[in-house]
Design a protein around this ligand. Sequence first.
Ligand code: ADE
Ligand code: ZN
Length: 334
Amino acid sequence: MTAATHDWLNNLPKIELHLHLEGSLEPELMFTLAKRNNVELPFESVDQIRKAYAFSNLQDFLDIYYQGANVLLVERDFYDLTWAYLQKCHEQNVIHVEPFFDPQTHTDRGISFEVVITGISRALRDAESKLGITSRLIMCFLRHLSEEAALDTLTQAQPFIKHFIAVGLDSSEKGHPPEKFSRVFEKARELGLLTVAHAGEEGPAKYIWTAINDLKVSRVDHGVNALDDPALMQHLVDTQIPLTVCPLSNTRLCVFDDMSQHTVLTMLDQGVCVTVNSDDPAYFGGYMTENFVALAESLNMTEEQAIQLVRNSISASFVDDARKNELLALLLND
Ligand code: ADE
Ligand code: ZN
């Protein structure tokens, strides 16, 4: 790739709709926080950590990802984590973000919900005032845990409901279908929250159907396995329910053997509202720009396709029409 193409992709205004804040914890910050908080890490160096990031599947990754989060203890840690991600967004001209956080990863270690959400929210507020990056936060439930645990988390979250716009569903997909969480998602909708869910990353197309029909999601996270089901593909085209696709994540977790096999542009050309996102950038080798670069290098993505992917993200975002129009103007006047 030429430097000019790389710069064009980096400067293109971008929107991120699928990002786990805990997955943006870079090894350097992990070490800093471990030292500051007197937490022992099972690694000697940043290099050793990076070498451990060779995954064969989602579970391989999740085991290391939950371990990494152990260095996050106090409000300042959650602020620093979120702020580091937002600075990266600023460098890559990411102008609006809708990140996920996993409260149960922290509350199960005895950290209060309030500590987690106040640290994250303070950084998101600072990003808007200092960097001009707008955001909407999404609280995810861990699907390998029970629905009762998710209901308990929703209760803990209620005093802080103004800080987030939607609930989501993440962690180990296979064997944990969306409908396991029908009641808690119904309760979240009654509270006025929107819903999203990871589905069809490693799990079958059937899980995408139940995310849509049982959980009433506004967006499907990943959703790449929709291609196995022609009726579902037609439904996605007809309804324009967006998919938040994460190319580097999919190759690092062996959902696709190689980026040249990735189907995101095929789906785009078929009229599905696909978007490009980084998922867990500290673990998968790149943020938004690197994901766009990978598509340009391995799939010959055109400028028109890149612009359409960002247009899809704007239309899929949870901001009001006024902000959508501002984002569109920033994209088209670029
Ligand atoms: N949590 C963080 N990243 C995830 C992913 N790609 N799939 C499911 N859960 C996750
Ligand atoms: Zn994800």
